[in-house]
Design a protein around this ligand. Structure first.
Ligand code: ZN
Length: 488
């Protein structure tokens, strides 16, 4: 063997050794320091309460004229009747007419307050889809240990579980050191502009700056990432923004019997293909890197090897993650052409062909940087990028996943569920936390219930449901979050 061949072999062996050693060192953190805690919950009563809550049609309609105030008033009365301990121990303020803000005062004024929140409004059931439901959406029935109906996942389950958790702690005689607020919004599905926004205004007026807040968001996921056996709790520390742009192709128009070589429609098609081929640059850094670094420690050897050696396999990993819609959305600002318009008549060439494209803005980008990218890729003599007024919303701030709030939620989850992979996550939809984040040092978005791939169709869809056991586990976790979070 020549000297060169020996040298190459030596380098390869050294590389292989580094790769293997790094893979062996890429281990999950020890979970031994968190002891399981047994919280006694009257599962059947909690389930019955959620079923009762479902029966109020607290629907957020697109058309304000369809708002049925009696359902919202009914729900509020029911909360006051059903949770007497909460209403005796806490101060209640109604904001934006129907949003409830409870304050449970702590004994130590020097400590910053915290906030737990959820929303009790729900999206409508698509007219005509009622028959697709195995149980009627507003009947509030429990069949075979499963509670059915609109809001059982999004988000009445969180509201009820938080009220139950507070009740359990009050009955135990828990007295918080740190003041805790509970906010139950009535218009989250319409953007929270009357509910959550009013709560934020009110807290600001009172001079309250929260240490942290916990709102709806991700769940404990069962089998969501390939090769990750344990449940995975991605506690969302940020939410994406949104920008909608119009790509406009222009041409002279005329009669369709004598078209030019390329019409406005052809030019527009070319521009959209380009946009999809050149997405906004992204990658495995910051929040997404932390998320996949943690999760990959639970993956089988081959996958662990890739993530443990990002210096060598970084390109391969990013290609793989970008190919899957779910992980691609974690890595970058996404590009989604959603609406098209051309001519108004079959034999008239369009003067303008317009595509509406929705971008979900990753925290590393700004609406302006997305607009700049799009212009660089497609703008030219015949292609204009229009920015409709009010079409952009920046991503939220990224909350600190090494802070006390994150640690509290993480610990509570492990005390109840045992071995769970807890990582920071990124919320790809919107939530009321875009408001609450303004008065909280750190805003987290997470529901402590389990969700599998099958459950996902229930969100805003049909056959929304949650098992009695799942709701009870969520309640137990809230008990621990409140107990640990208020400093006892
Ligand atoms: Zn929701």
């Amino acid at each position: 063997m020549g000297k060169i061949a020996i040298s190459i072999l030596a380098v390869l062996l050294a590389l292989a050794a580094i790769v293997v050693v790094r893979t062996m060192m890429h281990q999950p953190e020890s979970l031994a320091d968190v002891a399981r805690v047994d919280v006694v919950v009257d599962e059947q009563t909690v389930a019955r309460h959620l079923a009762e809550a479902v029966r109020f049609k607290t629907v957020s309609h697109q058309n304000p004229a369809d708002f049925d105030s009696s359902q919202f008033e009914g729900f509020i009365e029911w909360v006051i009747d059903t949770y007497p301990e909460v209403n005796a121990a806490m101060e209640l303020v109604r904001l934006g007419d129907y949003t409830l803000l409870y304050r449970w005062p702590g004994s130590d004024d020097s400590l910053q307050s915290i906030l737990l929140t959820g929303h009790y409004d729900v999206v409508p059931v698509i007219p005509g889809s009622e028959e697709l439901w195995e149980q009627p959406p507003y009947a509030g029935v429990i069949v075979d240990e499963v509670i059915w109906g609109r809001g059982t996942l999004d988000d009445k389950s969180a509201v009820i579980a938080q009220l139950e958790a507070a009740t359990i702690l009050l009955r135990r005689g828990h007295s918080p050191k740190r003041t805790i607020y509970f906010s139950f919004g009535h218009d989250e599905e319409l953007g929270g502009t009357r509910g959550a926004a009013e709560v934020v205004r009110y807290l600001g007026e009172q001079g309250v700056q929260l240490a942290w807040s916990l709102d709806e968001g991700s769940f404990l996921f069962d089998g969501m990432l390939p090769g990750v056996e344990p449940l995975m709790a991605a506690i969302n520390v940020a939410e994406k923004g949104s920008v909608t742009l119009q790509i406009v192709a222009k041409s002279a128009g005329g009669h369709s019997s004598m078209p030019p070589q390329q019409t406005a429609v052809g030019m527009l098609a070319e521009a959209i293909v380009k946009l999809e081929a050149e997405p906004v640059p992204g990658g495995l850094s910051g929040l997404s890197e932390q998320m996949f670094d943690t999760a990959s420690r639970y993956m089988p050897f081959s996958l662990r090897m890739l993530f443990a050696n990002r210096w060598l396999f970084g390109g391969v990993i990013e290609d793989q993650l970008s190919a899957v819609a779910f992980s691609n959305a974690m890595l970058r600002t996404t590009t989604a052409p959603t609406m098209l318009a051309g001519s108004v008549k079959v034999n008239v060439l369009p003067i303008e062909a317009v595509a509406t494209v929705n971008f979900r803005v990753h925290p590393r980008d700004t609406p302006q940087s997305v607009i700049d990218h799009v212009k660089t890729v497609v703008a030219g003599d015949n292609i204009e990028v229009r920015v409709p007024a009010g079409s952009g919303r920046a991503a939220s701030e990224v909350s600190d996943w090494n802070s006390i709030g994150f640690e509290t939620i993480k610990r509570a989850v492990r005390e109840i569920y045992g071995e769970v992979v807890v990582t920071p996550g990124l919320m790809i939809a919107g939530s009321d936390s875009r408001h609450y984040g303004k008065v909280a040092d750190n805003a987290f978005r997470f529901n402590p219930m389990t969700v599998s791939q099958d459950d996902l169709t229930g969100f805003h869809g049909t056959n929304e449901k949650i098992s009695v056991d799942n709701l009870a586990q969520g309640t137990r976790t809230y008990v621990q979050i409140i107990a640990l979070g208020t400093g006892n």
